[in-house]
Ligand binder design. Structure first.
Ligand SMILES: Cc1cc2nc3c(=O)[nH]c(=O)nc-3n(C[C@H](O)[C@H](O)[C@H](O)COP(=O)(O)OP(=O)(O)OC[C@H]3O[C@@H](n4cnc5c(N)ncnc54)[C@H](O)[C@@H]3O)c2cc1C
Length: 492
């Protein structure tokens, strides 16, 4: 690895325009707030969080849903604290915040499930259990590959090599539930090794992770309250550290400073910026970087991928469906409206008439391009297949968030493909020109995709930048100039 550059104490030319802050934090999601908190704790209060939306939270996003007399706060973005804490083990920092802010949660029971196919209710829970065992074999074999320094492959290759080849609708739906429903992409699109360590570092307490529990927020203040309330505890009351409704259009950077232009033409200048925009935003050129980001950074950005995870919410006048928490529907098309969750359940919102179905990946992009009415007709037709002897009533409410089309997100969360190497991940989080820093769920090597990944990255980069400021200089995070093959390709 090349020797990192050292940024000197900020040089203030008498001719330069005055600085608005020491640090601009670009984005007010979990990573941005965690970075601000780490700066504040180290005595750096001279920062401004720049957020395009009207509130903090980013992909922690809730909204009111349902008929006027039956409204609920539903989570269209993150919903679970994934991995809590096993006895004596590390604690998920999001779980810690959830307890601190008295968040109302329920531990989900994903095995409490009813199964359906195109003929109605059919018991294939045995296939669901088989898929769980196949997944355990997949992750175990990935660990052995790491210890023997073997190359990565796709999770699909891994499944086949470890003896799992789903061949009918029941088996494919079961595998989808186990894999795509977590990674928001298919096994073909995903790294075998990285998906396995992502699973272990979150869910396996015996492998350095938190626990296998998923705590679902049902808090009617919204899951986001946890990050908003945390921000209130350290942000100054004069609101000078926060600019809401402020969309960044350009980031001009040099070793001297960073100048950020907003959609209304305002320019903000600082010594450092911490960019927490999603990987999808960086991939889509929604924000212009001047000069263009270096080749090694662009390669890292475009080599990782952004999954899409779409929860489609429906409210009916009354419940007519399964009494379990979950249902799995096996269509002949893999992943077509497969995973259902009942919120009209004694543990969640009884008598609410609420149910939601999740779709992912390419299927999410497909429905985002359709009008709501068409998606609603498709969803109802699936319920009709699940309940052939019931007349499915017209829903009182229907909603899904278009994460991929949204220029502030461009997808739901990142995923690690087999061709994405450790060096790419190093480069995704590496500093550019000593002044421009990056943090977010995607920059987390162990916890990409998760809330805790965003939080830990924000804290880490925030405290590193604080050390730069307090120490009067800085060592930037190193990058790799060229990501090379261990052994060059040879055409024989
Ligand atoms: C549908 C869905 C379900 C999920 N489920 C879970 C879950 O159950 N558990 C879990 O742990 N994780 C889950 N996640 C992932 C989790 O939400 C993210 O990992 C995390 O919230 C990312 O935080 P972040 O700060 O890195 O990014 P963001 O939350 O994306 O923060 C970046 C901020 O930048 C702002 N921004 C973007 N562009 C601009 C611009 N040009 N100018 C100004 N501001 C801009 C955005 O508005 C946003 O607020 C889910 C995500 C989605 C979408």
């Amino acid at each position: 690895l090349p020797t990192p550059e050292t940024k000197q104490a900020p040089f203030s030319s008498p001719y330069a325009p005055p600085k608005d802050a020491s640090v601009l934090i670009l984005g007010g999601g979990v990573a941005g707030i965690a970075a601000a908190q780490a700066l504040a704790e180290r005595g750096v209060s001279d920062f401004i969080i720049v957020e395009a939306r009207h509130e903090l939270g980013g992909r922690m996003m809730s909204r009111a849903f349902g008929a006027p007399e039956k409204q609920y706060a539903i989570e269209v973005g993150a919903n679970w604290v994934q991995g809590t804490q096993a006895k004596g083990g590390p604690e998920n920092p999001i779980w810690k915040l959830a307890k601190k802010h008295h968040l109302d949660t329920r531990i989900s029971s994903f095995s409490n499930m009813t199964t359906f196919d195109e003929t109605g209710k059919v018991d294939f829970t045995r296939d669901v259990k088989t898929a769980a065992r196949s997944y355990a074999r997949l992750t175990g074999a990935a660990g052995r590959r790491v210890s023997r320094a073997l190359v990565d492959a796709t999770a699909r290759g891994g499944y086949s090599l470890t003896g799992s080849q789903p061949s009918n609708a029941h088996e494919m739906a079961s595998e989808y539930f186990q894999f795509d429903w977590e990674f928001a992409q298919t096994p073909e699109e995903t790294s075998w090794i990285a998906s396995s360590w992502a699973n272990n570092y979150t869910f396996r307490s015996d492998a350095g992770g938190f626990s296998d529990e998923n705590a679902m927020s049902v808090d009617q203040r919204g899951f986001k309250t946890l990050i908003q309330d945390e921000a209130k505890m350290f942000l100054r009351k004069d609101h000078k550290q926060l600019r809401l409704n402020a969309t960044v259009t350009e980031v001009k950077y040099s070793t001297e400073d960073v100048v950020v232009t907003l959609a209304d033409g305002t320019a903000l200048r600082a010594d450092y910026a911490i960019c927490t925009f999603s990987l999808g935003v960086l991939q889509h050129h929604d924000v212009k970087f001047t000069p263009k980001l270096p080749g090694w950074k662009r390669e890292a950005i475009h080599s990782m991928s952004m999954g899409v995870f779409t929860k489609i919410f429906l409210q009916f006048p009354e419940k007519f469906w399964f009494d379990t928490e979950m249902a799995l529907y096996a269509d002949r098309e893999r992943g077509r409206y497969a995973v259902w969750q009942s919120l009209d359940h004694e543990r969640y919102f009884p008598e609410s008439g609420l149910i939601f179905v999740t779709v992912t990946g390419a299927f999410s992009k497909r429905i985002e391009a359709l009008p709501d009415a068409e998606v609603k007709t498709e969803v109802i037709s699936i319920l009709q297949k699940m309940y052939p002897n019931t007349t499915i009533p017209e829903p009182l409410g229907f909603y899904f968030q278009r994460w991929h089309a949204d220029p502030l997100f461009r997808g739901s969360y990142s995923n690690w493909p087999a061709s994405f190497l450790t060096e790419h991940s190093v480069n995704l989080r590496a500093t550019v020109a000593e002044s421009l820093w990056f943090a977010g769920e995607a920059t987390s090597m162990r916890h990409f995709g998760f809330l805790h990944g965003a939080y830990l990255e924000g804290r880490d980069i925030g405290s590193t930048v604080a050390a730069c400021i307090n120490g009067g200089g800085c060592v930037e995070l190193e990058h790799v100039d060229r990501v090379k093959n261990a052994r060059p390709y040879e055409l024989l």
